[in-house]
Every structure is written in structure tokens, then in C-alpha cells.
Design a protein around this ligand. Sequence first.
Ligand code: ADP
Length: 430
Amino acid sequence: MIYITVIIVLAIALAAALVRLARLRGGLREMARTLVERREIRRGGLRVTPDYGMGVLIDEINEILAENGRLQRQRSSHLAQLETTLGSLQEAVIVIGSDNTVLLANKALQSLFPDAKNALRQRFERVIRSAAFLEYVEAVRNGTARPQHEIAFDTADGTRWVEATGATIEPPDEPGEPWSLFVLHDITRQKKLEAVRKDFVANVSHELRTPLSLVKGCAETLVDGHREMPDADRDRFLRTIHRHSERLATLIEDLLSLSRLESANPGLNIERVSISQLLHSIADDYRARPSASAHRITADIDPAIGEAGIDAQKITQVFENLLNNALKYTPAGSTITITAKRRPAPAHEGGGNEVEVCVRDNGPGIPGADLPHMFERFYRVDKGRSRETGGTGLGLSIVKHIVQLHGGRVRVESTQGRGAAFFFTLPERK
Ligand code: ADP
């Protein structure tokens, strides 16, 4: 009895499974038929296949997978081609999909934005973190962007300026939402140069304006009233004109010197000269000058210093600028010490021997905050004293240029209240 019951239950279960299997086969056959028909319609015809069984379904699925793989390969090969072309460009290039993910970022982009190292498939806002760039991307997509756009990025090393050019492009393989392509050009250097140029023009105008307006004012007064003016006043006006025209002439002379030194052909007249002899003769000359009579000038020049290829006139100008400053900016009774020694040049400076010259004084010195700017054009610590003594604020800048043209370096050391020491080096190899 039990056996009969078990057999009946098994028979029912088997029948139910067979019904389900038949339905499944029907479903699969239907699926196979639809897939084949769709493919045939895509190919331009409808082939009637008598049997849409499992074999057809498996073939069909295999074909779909193969086609998918082909498309994927085609797509990545298009991107790879694009990447190879753009990879060698100096300009940074980024391609962004409609979903804001990065589809391509070339090497140059990585040097511009460190976050671009693993940029692919990331959202671009994580790679280029800038609200201004985000706005530009939107404008390019909407077609409202200017063709070129300057964007400032705040980085750890200060502001970086980039000129961005953006355009929308069609995805290379299948129709879809357009991609956006951006070419980014680093213009930080140009921006800095532009700022320096603007600064320079503003400084020159400012420096010229004061003496020029004084000369003009005095000349006008003399023109109007020189006949009835007391002699003493006339004398005073004429002296003022003379003093300020001298100042203008020095300023223009210094500006011309600087521009010659910065030009492609600075006109150095290099000859082999004994540096120690040159330094001794300038020091002796200064000791004999009445303007230096209130100062003590000592010299300690290493006799081992030999000859070097230099422009003696220009190096004399360097030395005189430093000595004149030491005289100008220290009170009477101060000591100025000239030292020169020969020593091996640092390896990164090309090796060999170099001469280091130092002009040291025991005057008021220079505040720490001013030290990094001392060799900049028009930089003055003591503005009043500089102008009073006919200074242009260009002397140390000229010193730096001449020394650098000789392959040397300049630096300054000072502790406020305890004097200043200006150093320059000259390589002996030249
Ligand atoms: P300037 O024509 O004004 O002397 P420089 O370029 O030669 O221009 O010097 C720049 C500034 O550096 C000077 O205005 C002065 O304030 C400061 N300076 C230069 N040498 C010394 C020194 N030996 N001691 C103190 N300050 C100095």
C-alpha cells in the first residue's frame, strides 16, 4: 500500500516537472526565435528557421556575447588611439562623458593636476577641483562658453593660471549624449611676467614723475619771475633743477644698463684679469676718496686667487655698487671689510674653483623680512635715505644681473642692528 502511494506521488511530481520543462522549452524557443528574428531584421531580411531549440539559443547568445566583445574592443581601441594622439601633446587634455566621468586624461594633465593620476572613470570634479572650471564645463555643454577662458586654480605652490579651450564632440562609436573635450594650457609664467611688466612700468613712471614734476615746477617759477626774484631764490631753484635732472639722468642710465644686461646680447667684454689685483686697486681707490674718509675700509684678499675671464669694467661696477651702498647706509665711523677667498665651487655649479667676494659693514643692517627682496628692481629698505643720496633702487638688481652673466651667484646676510654682508661669486674657469 505504501509503495503504491509513493509511486503515485512520484508520478504526479514527474508529470508536474515535465509540464514545467515543456513550458520552459517553449519559453526558450520563443526567446531564441525573437533573438534570431531581431538579428535578421537588423541584417535586412527575415530568415525562417524551422527549429528554435536549445542549440539555436546557445548559438545566438554566443553571437551576442562575441558582438558585445567586438564593440567593447572597438570602443577601447578608439579611446586608445585618441589617448596615443593626445598623450604626446604638451597641452593637457581631458575628455568628459555626459555623466561627468573622465573618459580620457593625458600625461600633461597629470603634471598640471596631481589628482589626475588615476582620473579614468572618476568624476572630473575630483580631478580638477574648481568651481570656475565646473561652470566652464556647463557653459561648453550649453553652447554658451567663450572659445578660450582663463581660469585661476589655487594650489599648494600658489595660484596657477590655465587657459581652457572646450568643445563638445560626438562619442566615436555609438550615437549618444555628446562628450566634452578640454585643452588646458598652463599660462602661469606668462601671467607672472605680465604682472612683473605692469609693476615695472608703474614703478618707472612713479620714479620719473617725482623729479620731473620738481624740475617742471622750478622751471615754471623761474620763467615767470626770474627777473624780480632775489638771487638766493633763483640760485636755490636752479640747484633743485640741477639735482633732480641729475637724478633723472642716473635713473635712465640705470634703466638702460638693466635693459642691456637683460637683452640677448648684453655686450660683455670678457678678458683674463687678475681678480685679486682688481679688488686691491678698487679698495685703494676708495680709501683715497674724500666721500669715504669717514669710514674705515679694510681688505683681506686671498693671494691664491688667480686670473679669471671677466668683464673687468662690469665687475668693477658690481664692486662699486656694493661699496657705495656700504658707505651710504652706514653712519660715519663704520668699518667696511672686503674679503675674497678662493674655494671649490659646488658640484651643481659645474665644479672647478670659484672666488667669493664679500663686502661687509657694521651699520644698521637689514630687517629679515626685506632680505629675500634685496635684489629686486626698485626695492628699497630705507626709501628716504636712498632717494636723499641719489639712489635709484636699481643698484643691487644690476649687481645680480652682472654676476649671473658671469656664471656667479649673489646673496645677502644681515642681522638688523648688526651690519650687512653682500656676497658674490665668480667662477675661475671662464
Ligand atoms: P639704492 O639705489 O636705493 O641704493 P640698491 O639696489 O643699491 O638701491 O639697494 C637697495 C636698498 O637696499 C637700498 O635702498 C637700501 O635700503 C638697502 N641697502 C643696500 N645696501 C645696504 C647696506 N649695506 N646696509 C643697509 N641697507 C642697505
